[in-house]
Design a binder for this molecule. Sequence first.
Ligand SMILES: [Zn+2]
Ligand SMILES: [Zn+2]
Length: 735
Amino acid sequence: MRGRVQGVGFRPHVHALAGRLGLTGWVLNDPQGVLIEAQGSGVAAFQAALSAEAPPLARIDAVECEAIPPLSSETAFSIRHSLSAGTVATGIGPDATVCPACLAELFDPADRRHRYAFLNCTHCGPRYTITRQLPYDRPQTAMTGFPLCPDCLAEYEDPANRRFHAQPTACPACGPRLSYPPEDIVAALRAGRIVAIKGLGGFHLACDATRADAVERLRRVKQRNGKPFALMVANTESAIRHVWMDAGERALLEGVARPIVLLRRRDDAPELAPEIAPGLAWLGVMLPCTPLHYLLFHEAAGRPDGTGWLDVPQDLTLVMTSANPGGEPLAIGNEEARERLAGIADLIVDHDRDIVIRADDSVVRKLAGAPAFLRRGRGHVPEPIRLAHPVPPVLAVGGHLKTTVCVTRGDEAFLSQHIGDLDNAATLGFLEETVGHLLHILGVEPVAVAHDRHPDFQSTRFAEMSGLPTVPVQHHHAHVAAVMAEHRVEGPAVGLALDGFGLGEDGGSWGGEMLLVDGMRSERLGSLAPLAQPGGDVAARQPWRMAAAALARMGRADEIASRFAAHGPAEGVRRMIERGINAPLTSSCGRWFDAACGLLGVRAVAGFEGEAPMALESLVRQTRVADGTWRIDNGELDLTPLLERLLTVADAVEGAELFHGTLAAALVDWTLPVLSAHGMGRVMLSGGCLMNAILAEELVAGFRAAGVEALLPRLAPANDGGLSLGQAWAASFVL
Ligand SMILES: [Zn+2]
Ligand SMILES: [Zn+2]
């Protein structure tokens, strides 16, 4: 059997099933997965139940069966030792939250693990972030320094026990310890302190979400530039006081991966500090993902016995944000935390179980009816993405912002956790470390390194210094290829890449592209009309500059100074645009969004790229279309008339609704004739703009109405976090 079948209690499951059905034989872990020999009259039922009753963290990809002659010598069913020879082809699972059985023990005063912050079992707990190398055995994990006590050892060796071969198992007698008891941590949080808490993939910074003073201070010391903070609450019942959710969103929130889920805020929610997610209609919410988190909520609830309190709303609401000051990677070491978080955290809660590899929280949201990643990390890494066919081993190193790397092995692509923006040495170091760790635990020796075409990206330099053959893949080509890879689309396909910035084939700044992609070939069929980007990169954080460029395009440059003098050097910007000095042209969809924001006065100056469009999306209640406000000429889609129309709206809400609805309608109108000319019934949608739920939904609905299937990124982020997957897939066609 292939899939995630090791380290998840699969052999005990097989053993128990065989016992129930009276079979004889054996089961063992081998390099391909799990190998079973079984005989008896119940073999057919056994085969069916193997998958149907699989343990909670197992994932079965393939079952291969072969009949062998009966063995008369067998009298029982046994679990045999692992075969470790040969290549290690099975993966290690992602980290998972506390399972119901462990939760019951955690709050049972009679249990020896009562209130023990490191309990786990075969069905839950840390995996990827504590594993140094494969095979996944205790000595290869961060638990190597904690020899099992006699009680834990007995559980570990008993096939009937939930902790049979649970590598990270521990108890208060033999396991890791916390540096502070939960009562001290909760007292500090209640007093408005900022507490650094060591989690699964790194430290979080936490504070009481109802204390405006604490949240404001957290924002200041973390230099977070207005990026929204996520909340952690005890349970779903506590979450639904703050946000709306449907059954699918609830399942995401409660899933064992425990991501941050972006959910629509309620107007009637209990009051939270205003600085949490200023001006945004969505809140990031997550449930506890470690026993320690549960203990904090338990403490705040007055330490009740049993788990009944987890079914009722709880008061304590925490801000939980990655402890990555200054945009550097997440802190994971105890010493490192004391150095880097000094002056930020009032209290640092750590423990003596090492984090081997850092992993930020995953962030997901529902997009056009199904889940999509905004950031892929803890709980999902190193889950492979299945490809349409086996490919040579490739390493792909992503772009510059929100970087991830990707390694292929056979027909699997392993996308790394979120690494971050490669604009500091520490993040570049994290990239190198992640590449090394992934290649090591996967046992892959890449034959080539795929990278972005941009010569100045640190990721490109990393690829060039690798000593391996390099394959440059154009940015938007990689975006479209990433969607094709995960949806296993083979052959040519038309894709829209709606993005912030990527270097084009012609050396220009691209970001609103229609491409025909076939493996390593890509043809630009069209693009959004170019806007000047006065000041270059700075315009990505100053939407008023893009609005000025749009005014110039309308022939209304004389209004720039009067409209935008309050935001910056409006006269200078006008001159830049008119003379074409330091105002490169860009076809970026993100910059067209910025222009709309600037014209509507929505975050005319923003703290980070994408902040203004997020605020614009938050204003939309019901999209509308302003017919006749786009032009299509020779493959180029020009939205200038739409922006001119935005100057006449009653308020920013009307403008946001018109912009989203019309942009989607225009993109569909632009694409449909091309699809029919190519005889195609589907289109790939990709790029950071597709994280906008309104735009994604309108596009999918618009295409569907015309009988076209629109495929969105689901397993990799739509933004540059998914680039490495597309690079690896595209490059595989020339290797
Ligand atoms: Zn458990
Ligand atoms: Zn123990």
